[in-house]
Design a protein around this ligand. Structure first.
Ligand code: ZN
Length: 380
């Protein structure tokens, strides 16, 4: 079987769609008008991905406020926030360029999703002729909705975590039921967990083991056959062409991440200074038997944060080197991150989000061609 390849999930939102989100926040258009813009951009994403030959497509997350907040708010400004939440929660991340993203704060129970990702899968299945995947958010991210130190009156942390795991399980199952062939779980907080950023207290609380245990609480509800198609995505962040945790030594995460009983991993690597070190760590720590599944490593061969388009030859060479350490049979190819995980992102290094969409398609084409060339060279 040739090296399997898929994107993480998101694509830049066209400027027209970003303006529609803004107009919706300001009450200039209603939700149906916003939805029409989202649907148009989603359809364009699918069509353009299919034109590259991508075997698996997404809608580029055009209908999502962000990869992390789609279940609980319609926009990043907090329009359409779910029940029992307020806007002023913890920083999810402070990025290297100085901007930050903030999560809502839980004010009481019960915690319930207002939007499940299967809603997008259903719509995308009606448009796509190729297989559809969906990215969902990890429980380890949404556990940060609960205040870091204090308990909420009448809604204990334990009760919240139990409710959260139920919602995430439902989110994943419903995506498969709606026809997704794969579901990947975004785990960008993994590397950030060892950041020790004094401006962002949760990153100094050594929460990685807790994150992994919580994610396994959900994954362990799925059979090995199901988990073959459940992935985990790790990256040092990717927003407004900036990162949040690339300075955290990767081995702190990679030595533990494969304890998550997922079948495959989408692993940022193209933007690392020492890629071979990452291949070695992955080869060393991936497991042939993670509670019944053999773990595949989809290595990032494309950097979505720069407008420089990788060549197929670069992709091929990276994958051949990775195969030496990971084994061709355990190898896949992906991008380092989604191309725009948050709905408001003008892609400053690219000049505009519309140009960044064009660049993304060129990069994805290079990944596909490079993976094909590597497979040929490996005789698989
Ligand atoms: Zn990412």
């Amino acid at each position: 079987m040739p090296i399997p390849t898929e994107l993480v999930g998101s694509l830049p939102r066209p400027m027209k769609l970003q303006e529609a989100y803004e107009d919706y926040d300001q009450g200039k258009i209603d939700f149906d008008q916003l939805k029409a813009e989202q649907d148009e951009a989603a359809e364009d994403s699918i069509k353009r991905l299919e034109a590259t030959g991508s075997p698996i497509v997404t809608d580029g997350e055009q209908r999502e406020s962000s990869f992390a907040t789609y279940p609980i708010t319609d926009t990043l400004a907090g329009t359409g926030l779910a029940d029992n939440l307020a806007g002023d929660g913890q920083y999810f991340a402070i990025f290297d360029d100085g901007h930050h993203r903030q999560l809502p704060r839980l004010t009481g129970g019960p915690f319930r999703y207002k939007t499940f990702a299967s809603e997008f899968v259903e719509k995308n299945k009606r448009i796509a002729s190729h297989d559809v995947k969906q990215a969902v958010i990890a429980p380890s991210m949404l556990m940060l909705l609960y205040p870091l130190e204090e308990e909420i009156d009448g809604y204990s942390r334990d009760q919240f975590l139990a409710d959260l795991c139920d919602e995430v399980e439902k989110d994943i199952r419903q995506c498969f039921d709606a026809g997704a062939v794969r579901v990947s779980v975004d785990f960008t907080e993994g590397r950030l967990a060892n950041k020790n950023d004094s401006r962002n207290p949760w990153t100094g609380k050594d929460m990685l083991d807790e994150f992994i245990a919580l994610n396994n609480q959900v994954l362990d509800r799925f059979s090995p056959e199901e988990r073959v198609n459940i992935g985990i995505h790790t990256c040092p962040g990717g927003d407004c062409d900036s990162v949040h945790s690339k300075d955290v030594p990767y081995e702190k995460l990679l030595s533990k991440m494969f304890n998550i009983n997922a079948g495959y991993f989408l692993i940022q690597c193209a933007s690392e200074d020492d890629k071979e070190k990452v291949y070695k760590l992955c080869g060393e720590h991936r497991r042939d038997d993670a509670n019944g599944v053999s773990q595949k490593c989809f290595m990032g061969v494309i950097d979505p944060l720069t407008p420089d388009v990788e060549t197929p030859e670069q992709v091929r060479d990276d994958l051949l080197k990775a195969a030496e350490h990971i084994g061709a049979e355990n190898l896949g190819a992906t991008d380092d991150c989604g191309f725009s995980p948050f709905s408001r992102d003008v892609k400053p290094a690219h000049g505009s989000p519309d140009f960044a969409r064009d660049v993304a398609m060129q990069k994805i084409s290079a990944r596909l061609e490079g993976a094909r060339m590597a497979s040929e060279e490996l005789g698989i």
